[in-house]
Design a protein around this ligand. Structure first.
Ligand code: NIG
Ligand code: FE
Length: 440
C-alpha cells in the first residue's frame, strides 16, 4: 500500500477515538475513550479524513474508491506510543536475571560486575552495524505489538565515542524504520569505573564534552538523567538538564525510582516533558506534578521484572490530577519486553488503573509527553493515520487476556507496517472488501 492509498476501516465493534478534550488527560477525563460503536475511519494521504459511525462514512468512502478493511468484531484504536525505552543495547543481562532469582540485590549484582556497567562493556565491544541490526529487529517486534511511535534513549555508552555511536544508530533507525522515533540523550546513567569516587568530575566531563558533541550534531531531541540515590543527585542532574536545554534538548528525568532523590521536584522546576518511574514520589511530589504539565510516566514492567512487590502510586497520581502515561522502559536490565499491552495489563492488576485509563495513558498522554499530541495519540480528522486493529471486540479484553498480543494490524501514516493476518487474507482489490479473520 502506498501513502496515497485511500483506506476505509469499517464496522469496528468499538472505535476508540480518544477524541475531544485537551491533552494531556487528567483525572476522570483519563478514562474517556470517545468510543464509537460500529465505527469507521477514512484515511487518505497518510492522514485521517474522518472518523465516526461506519454508515455515516460509507458514501464518502465509495466516492473516494477507498480500499475497505472490514474490522467486524475488532477494536480499532490509536497506535500505541511507547514514550520510554532503552532500545539500543548489546547482549543481554541473563547473569543478572539468574542472580536476582537467587535473591541478590541490584547493588550486589553491580558489585559483582553486572548491572548497567556490564551492558556498557558489551556496547563498547559491539559495532555500529551490529547494534543497528539488533535494534531494527526490536522495532519490528514493537510494530507487531502495535507501537507506532517510540522514544529511544542512549545511555549505555557512558563516554563520548560510545554515546555518539548509540545516537548514530538511533539516527539510522529514524531514517530506515517504519515507526516514528524520538531520540533521547541519556547521560548520567551510571558512573564509569575510571571516574570511581569522582562523580562531580564525571558530571563536568559530560557537560563539557558529551552534551556539546551530541548537541552540535543535533543527534538528540531530549535529554535524560538518572536522578536517584543510587546514581546522581538533583543538583548534578539539574546542571545536566540545563546544559542539554542550551542545545534545544527537552528534559526528561528518571525520578525517584529506588528512593527519593528530588528528581520529581527537579522535573517540575525545569518544566520537563516527563518524570519517569516515581516509585518513591512523596505526597508533595504528587501534588507538584498535578499542578504541572510534566507527564508522570509509569513503568510497571520494571517493577514486575525486578521484584514484583512494589509499584508506583498510579491511583494517587490520577486522583490528584497528574497527567499519567505508561511506557515499557524496554531495557536489558529491568524490563526486557516491548509489549505495551502487557504493561497496560500490569497497570490494571498491580496499580489499579482501569482498562480505559491504561489505554489513554499509552496513547494520547504518551504522545503529549513526546510533544506530539497535536499530530498523534487519537483518531481525529486531520491527525496522522497511525492506528491499530486489535483482535478483540471489547477494549477491556486487551488487558484482561494478559500477556498476549492482540494487535492484528499496525498502520502508520496510512500504511500497513505490521500484520499478523493469516496468509491469503490480504486481498487488496478495491472491489473486494478486506476481511480480518479471527486470530486464534
Ligand atoms: O529505567 N533506571 C535506570 N535505567 C533503567 C535500567 C537500565 C538497566 O538496568 O540497564 C531503567 O530502569
Ligand atoms: Fe529507563
Amino acid at each position: 500500500m502506498r501513502n496515497s492509498q485511500t483506506l476505509f476501516f469499517r464496522n469496528a465493534s468499538q472505535l476508540l477515538t480518544l477524541a475531544g478534550g485537551p491533552a494531556p488527560r487528567r483525572g476522570r477525563a483519563l478514562a474517556e475513550l470517545g468510543i464509537v460503536r460500529d465505527g469507521g475511519v477514512l484515511v487518505a494521504d497518510g492522514m485521517i479524513v474522518k472518523a465516526g459511525r461506519t454508515r455515516d462514512l460509507a458514501r464518502e468512502a465509495k466516492r473516494l474508491k477507498a480500499l475497505e478493511i472490514d474490522c467486524r468484531s475488532r477494536v480499532v484504536m490509536p497506535g500505541l506510543v511507547d514514550s520510554h525505552t532503552h532500545l539500543v543495547f548489546a547482549g543481554s543481562r541473563l547473569g543478572d536475571f539468574e542472580q536476582r532469582i537467587r535473591g541478590k540485590t541490584g547493588r550486589e549484582i553491580a558489585r559483582a560486575g553486572g548491572g548497567i556497567l556490564f551492558s556498557a562493556r558489551q556496547l563498547a565491544q559491539a559495532s555500529q552495524r551490529d547494534l543497528l541490526t539488533r535494534a531494527s529487529r526490536f522495532l519490528e517486534q514493537a510494530a507487531l505489538f502495535g507501537t507506532t511511535t517510540i522514544e529511544i534513549k542512549s545511555g549505555y555508552g557512558l563516554d563520548v565515542p560510545d554515546e555518539l555511536k548509540t545516537l548514530r544508530v538511533i539516527r539510522q533507525l529514524m531514517k530506515a524504520s517504519s515507526i516514528e522515533i524520538v531520540p533521547t540523550l541519556l547521560v548520567a546513567h551510571a558512573l564509569p569505573r575510571r571516574f570511581r569516587g569522582r562523580k562531580g568530575d564525571y558530571v563536568r566531563f559530560i557537560i563539557q564534552n558529551l552534551i556539546p558533541e551530541a548537541g552540535r550534531r543535533r543527534l538528540a531531541e531530549c535529554i535524560d538523567c538518572f536522578c536517584d540515590p543510587t546514581a546522581f543527585d538533583h543538583r548534578q542532574c539539574r546542571r545536566i538538564l540545563e546544559a542539554g536545554a542550551a542545545f534545544g534538548m527537552t528534559p526528561r528525568v528518571h525520578a525517584d525510582q529506588t528512593g527519593r532523590s528530588g528528581g520529581t521536584q527537579l522535573a517540575v522546576s525545569v518544566a520537563a516533558a516527563s518524570a519517569d518511574h516515581l516509585d518513591h514520589a512523596s505526597p508533595g511530589d504528587i501534588e507538584a506534578l498535578a499542578r504541572s504539565n510534566v507527564v508522570a510516566t509509569l513503568l510497571p514492567g520494571a517493577n514486575f521484572f525486578f521484584d514484583s512487590r512494589t509499584y508506583p502510586p498510579a491511583r494517587a497520581l490520577i486522583e490528584a490530577g497528574a497527567a499519567v502515561a505508561l511506557a515499557t522502559d524496554f531495557n536489558p536490565g529491568t524490563c526486557p519486553t516491548l509489549n505495551l499491552q502487557f504493561i497496560m495489563s500490569l497497570s490494571c492488576t498491580a496499580m489499579k488503573m482501569t482498562p480505559a485509563e491504561a489505554i489513554a495513558a499509552s496513547t494520547i498522554n504518551a504522545a503529549y509527553s513526546l510533544r506530539r499530541a497535536d499530530r498523534l495519540g487519537s483518531i481525529e480528522a486531520g491527525k496522522q493515520a497511525d492506528l491499530i486493529v486489535m483482535g478483540v471486540d471489547d477494549y477491556r479484553k486487551i488487558p484482561y487476556f494478559f500477556a498476549a498480543n492482540h494487535c492484528v494490524l499496525t498502520v502508520r501514516q496510512g500504511q500497513v507496517i505490521a500484520s499478523r493476518l493469516k496468509q491469503g487474507s490480504r486481498g487488496t482489490r478495491r472491489s473486494r472488501s478486506h476481511a480480518l479473520p479471527a486470530i486464534s
